[in-house]
Structures are given as structure tokens and as C-alpha cells.
Ligand binder design. Structure first.
Ligand code: GYE
Length: 333
């Protein structure tokens, strides 16, 4: 009875309201569908958490990820963590809330990821590691790791230096970001190689956080230390720190590349230039242009293909015998 009464009342005085509501709903629906049409059918949304902009390598890597996403029409949510793990964790949580299709990130350090990766897994969002690995007990927490073999890079740097120095060197080492996969593995690979050369010793070793400014600052301190005058070789975990150290060496009145033989890793444009200038002796390549491989992997996975846990990047070694102006001009990063 009551309901009937209410119904009749509705028919009488509320009809115009209903019509307005219907019209509004129509507008909303139109609004919705036009918004949806901005996102093309089948478009993938990828949340990407980048470490920061600490080096030339990183800048090239960011560029590669962004341009490849654009080329493929991927809706990329890019977040820069400014070197902080807590910012990366926050970004990943935001991506989970936004229900992106895929999360990809380059973890600043190896440890401390288990809880947030479990959250992504519970939400059913696949995670791809790019460039750096994580240390987790359960490797089902990520689909695949796409990046370089940092142990091999360290080994190649050691091999090159042993040859150049005839198996005798007093080495200063500039390590990358403490706790990061490339710092841990590049040290490991290098040390393992020089272990067979008793007259190659690391007499100074400290982190320069993968930046030019820190590399310079730490190398200045090395040169001022009691062992400073003995250093005749530098192994830097990346080019930027080597370039910072080159400035410190010049300011101390020594000749980089001659008084101190320098090998670093990455192979960025400025390092090639420094080799041409005779200030850097060798750079072991670590290719940052991995955007195409990352999005290939993502697309294959979403198409139901089984992926390997590890997708390797191919790289070489470039020293003063190889780097010419022509080689430098062709360099893409
Ligand atoms: O070597 C360094 C950068 O993770 C491979 O990070 C990367 C390293 C690279 O800052 O320059």
C-alpha cells in the first residue's frame, strides 16, 4: 500500500526530476565512454618506478623506457624515487591502488622488497624487475628480471686491468650505491678475477653513490690519505664516478689515464669522450637502452607466453684501442 502510494506520488510530482536525472545519467555515460575511448582497446597500463637521475646511464635508461612506451602506445605511469627506497615502495603501493596492468621497477637496493611485492602478488599484478635485481626468498614475487650481468662486468674490468698493468697494481675502488645489486656484484666479479694476481691489491675502497660529485669527493679523500701517493689504478663501478675522480686527479696535479690507469663501467658518451682525451683508459659496457626488451617481455607475458626468470642484455668492452671519433659519433647514449 505504502509503496503504491509512493509510486503514484512519484508519477505525479517527481517525474520532471526523474527526467533530469536520466538526462544527467546520459551525459555522464557519454562522458564516461568518451573518456574510455582515450584509452584504446587493449591498451596496457604500466606503473614504472625509476631510481632517480644519479648518472648518465640512468638518464639514458629513463629515456629508453619512456620513448619505447610511447612508441607502443603504452599508458606509462612514471615515478621518480630520487634515490630513496621508501619512495619506490610508496609508488608501487599507488600503482596497486590504481590497478595498473603491470608494475615494473628498478630497485635501488637489493633487500627490503618482500612485503610490497607480496601486496602486488595478492592484488594479482605482475611485477617485472628492470636493470637491478632484488633479494627475496620467493622468486614467484616477480615474473622476470631484465638486466645486465654485473658480476661479469666486474670480471671484465678486472681482466682488462690485469692485462694493462701486467698483473701489478695498487687499486683504489669507487663502489656504487651501498646495498645495490650493481655495487655488490661488480665488486664480487672484480675481486674474484684479481684473486689470482697476488700483486694486484685494492688499497682503498668506498662508495661514491654512482654520482660524479660523490666520486670526486671520495677520490680527493683517497688522494689525501697516507696511501694516496701509492694509488696507480682506479676501478670505478660507473663512468660518472670515474669522471668525478678524473677532476680530482687533475686538481691534485696528476695525469688521469697515465699516472693513474682508470677502468669504469657503463660506456656512456662522456666516458668515450674521456677515452679519446686520454683521461680514461677503459669502460666496460652496460647498456641502458633496455626499453624495447622490457616492453617485449611485458607484452609477451600478457599474451600468455612463458618467460625466463632472467633476460640478459648483451654487452662489450671499449678501451683506448677501440674508441675512435667515429665510434663516439655513433654512440646512442
Ligand atoms: O651502472 C650506474 C647507475 O643499475 C646498471 O646504475 C645500473 C647502474 C649504472 O647509476 O651508472
Amino acid at each position: 500500500m505504502n509503496a503504491n502510494h509512493a509510486h503514484r506520488k512519484t508519477n505525479g510530482s517527481i517525474l520532471p526530476c526523474l527526467l533530469t536525472a536520466l538526462a544527467l545519467t546520459g551525459t555522464l555515460l557519454v562522458g564516461c565512454s568518451s573518456k574510455q575511448s582515450e584509452k584504446q582497446e587493449g591498451q596496457i597500463t604500466v606503473g614504472f618506478s625509476q631510481i632517480g637521475a644519479e648518472s648518465g646511464w640512468r638518464t639514458a635508461n629513463t629515456q629508453s623506457i619512456k620513448s619505447e612506451a610511447e612508441k607502443r602506445g603504452v599508458d606509462l605511469r612514471f615515478s621518480d624515487a630520487q634515490g630513496k627506497q621508501e619512495n619506490q615502495i610508496r609508488a608501487i603501493r599507488t600503482f596497486i591502488q590504481q590497478k595498473v596492468d603491470v608494475i615494473a621497477f628498478s630497485p635501488v637496493v637489493e633487500t627490503g622488497w618482500q612485503p610490497v611485492l607480496e601486496e602486488a602478488k595478492r592484488a594479482g599484478i605482475p611485477v617485472f624487475l628492470t636493470d637491478r635485481a632484488v633479494d627475496v626468498t620467493d622468486d614467484s614475487l616477480y615474473v622476470s628480471f631484465i638486466g645486465s650481468d654485473f658480476i661479469e662486468e666486474g670480471r671484465r674490468a678486472g681482466e682488462w686491468l690485469a692485462k694493462k698493468m701486467d698483473g701489478k697494481a695498487k687499486i683504489a675502488e669507487l663502489q656504487g650505491t651501498t646495498g645495490s645489486a650493481p655495487a655488490i656484484d661488480r665488486k664480487k666479479g672484480f675481486e674474484a678475477f684479481i684473486a689470482d694476481y697476488p700483486e694486484m691489491t685494492i688499497i682503498k675502497s668506498q662508495s661514491g653513490d654512482f654520482t660524479r660529485a660523490k666520486g670526486k669527493e671520495v677520490f680527493e679523500a683517497f688522494l689525501r690519505s697516507p696511501e694516496g701517493s701509492e694509488i696507480n689504478a682506479l676501478y670505478a663501478h660507473n663512468d660518472d664516478m670515474a669522471l668525478g675522480a678524473i677532476q680530482a686527479i687533475e686538481e691534485a696535479g696528476k695525469k688521469p689515464g697515465t699516472d693513474i690507469v682508470i677502468v669504469s663501467i657503463d660506456g656512456v658518451h662522456d666516458a668515450f669522450q674521456a677515452i679519446l682525451d686520454g683521461k680514461l683508459n677503459c669502460t666496460v659496457e652496460c647498456n641502458p637502452l633496455i626499453g624495447p626488451q622490457v616492453f617485449d617481455a611485458v607484452e609477451k607475458y600478457l599474451a600468455g607466453e612463458e618467460l625466463p626468470k632472467r633476460i640478459q642484455i648483451e654487452e662489450g668492452v671499449f678501451d683506448e684501442n677501440i674508441v675512435t671519433q667515429e665510434v663516439l659519433d655513433k654512440r646512442q647514449y
